[in-house]
Design a protein around this ligand. Structure first.
Ligand code: SF4
Length: 453
């Protein structure tokens, strides 16, 4: 006999306990175990008035945001609806069955004002990171750095050529992203280069040509991760440009050292981080082994001798050429970064290799970057067991980016401006660390890169 549901939804009294309703293996239970927001109210105390109508509880907003970023709910309106209907979300947000979920417009106003001004999202990220450290998930021996491009919320057709002749609205009438951009421009150093094409809605985003597709406006999310369990130890938003990405790597390494006394022995990265100044900074200033391919354009393709064909004698500070002669430097630094080592015209005039070496000049010059010793060290590490391990482990950061876009659905930003991108990237990284802790603890120490979350 076909059964028929007999129920009375208008029943006045229920015996219902949310705590019992949420399955024991629900991801939010694991996350809840590791999320401690007991210091949040103290952190935000100075941002709230002592009088007036009570605001939405900031802990409720943070818990709702974590739900949104953990489960890829990108719209605030939808997030409010989901928390209203989903009992597990209600339980995680500490809402009872009959408690009101904030209206999405009130939610937005509260979120963007106080949270941004008080650095609340970084505070929450760091609280979660401290818990990761307490749980033994951060070894601190090896870090990896990488960046991933995320589309900005800016119409690619609403752009103008960059330059001084853009008529921006007066500050009171300008949007927040435009005000932020103009303020940053005022503080930029002289000689700062402006992008060739600027978005009028989100001018801090970078016009980016992606391989195989049309260009678009974008930001980069920069991750510094610990290689043990792939925990994100720092995150930074930048315009999607290599110069900003490399600068952010330095910012993050310094900040993690300052905030948590964490400095790795080795840093894994791709060629984007292999330019001489970055390698010099890592080796000479930070004493960190660069497990990074060297950015080197000195190899010649016309069959003549490249710099690699000359041997550097560190003791004597000279290069030895393939003809066995010495190239010396005056010690003068050109363009603030290069020493020139010159052969003697007398030697080159009579050399059998003249055609392959310096056919069009009287003698051979070999440039040497002031950070060449750091580049040499980076080259010497290639192929060692430690380097190969770093190269393998670096996949963890790439997998975090894949997870960010596929599972957390952060392939396009909803907030504009650099601070909007920073908010979104901080929340996403917090969600990824919480998911990682919830999933990994209890399964033993992680050591397989294939498990991204
Ligand atoms: S041409 Fe000059 S620098 Fe080149 S191999 Fe001969 S002596 Fe050395």
């Amino acid at each position: 006999m076909m059964g028929q549901l007999e129920t009375d939804q208008a029943k006045l009294f229920y015996e219902f306990d949310l705590e019992e309703f949420v399955p024991t293996d629900h991801l939010l239970r694991g996350i809840d175990r590791f999320l401690d927001l007991s210091n949040l109210r103290r952190h935000l105390a100075s941002s709230y008035s002592q009088i007036g109508r009570p605001s939405i509880d900031p802990e409720l907003m943070i818990r709702m945001l974590i739900v949104g970023y953990c489960f890829g709910i990108r719209s605030e309106r939808r997030l409010c609806e989901e928390v209203h209907f989903n009992l597990a979300y209600r339980w995680f947000c500490r809402l009872g069955l009959e408690d009101q979920v904030p209206d999405h417009s009130t939610f937005s106003v509260n979120r963007h004002g106080r949270f941004r001004e008080s650095g609340t999202l970084r505070f929450v990220f760091e609280q979660v990171l401290e818990r990761c450290m307490a749980e033994g998930l951060v070894g601190g021996e090896g870090f990896a750095v990488d960046a991933s491009i995320v589309k900005a919320d800016a119409n690619r057709r609403r752009g103008v050529p960059g330059g001084d002749d853009i008529h921006w609205p007066d500050p009171p009438r300008a949007s927040r992203p435009v005000r932020e951009y103009l303020a940053a421009l005022d503080e930029a150093p002289r000689g700062h280069t402006v992008s060739k094409k600027l978005s009028l809605t989100d001018p801090a985003s970078q016009w980016t040509a992606a391989p195989g597709g049309p260009a678009f406006y974008a930001y980069s999310t920069n991750y510094l991760i610990d290689l043990d369990a792939g925990i994100i130890v720092d995150v930074e938003a930048t315009p999607a440009h290599r110069t900003h990405e490399v600068a952010s790597a330095k910012t993050m390494i310094d900040r993690v050292e300052h905030r948590f006394d964490l400095k790795p022995d080795r840093l894994a990265g791709d060629t984007a981080y292999g330019a001489a100044p970055m390698l010099g900074w890592l080796v000479d200033d930070k004493k960190i082994e660069p497990h990074i391919p060297v950015w080197d354009k000195s190899k010649r393709k016309d069959g003549t001798f490249s710099r690699a064909d000359f041997t550097f004698d560190k003791e004597a500070d000279v290069y030895i050429c393939p003809g066995g002669k010495t190239l010396k430097t005056t010690g003068r630094v050109h363009d603030g970064k290069t020493l020139l080592y010159r052969a003697s015209k007398h030697d080159c005039d009579v050399c059998q290799f003249k055609i392959r070496c310096c056919a069009n000049t009287p003698s051979r010059k070999v440039p040497r970057d002031v950070n060449e010793a750091a580049r040499d060290l980076a080259r010497s590490l290639v192929g060692t067991a430690r380097y190969e391990k770093s190269r393998h482990d670096r996949k963890k950061v790439e997998m975090l980016f894949a997870h960010l876009k596929r599972v957390l659905k952060l392939d396009r930003l909803r907030l504009r401006g650099l601070s909007g991108a920073q908010d979104e990237f901080l929340l996403a990284a917090t969600a990824q660390n919480l998911r990682r802790m919830a999933k990994w603890i209890g399964r033993g120490p992680p050591n397989v890169a294939a498990h991204a979350t």
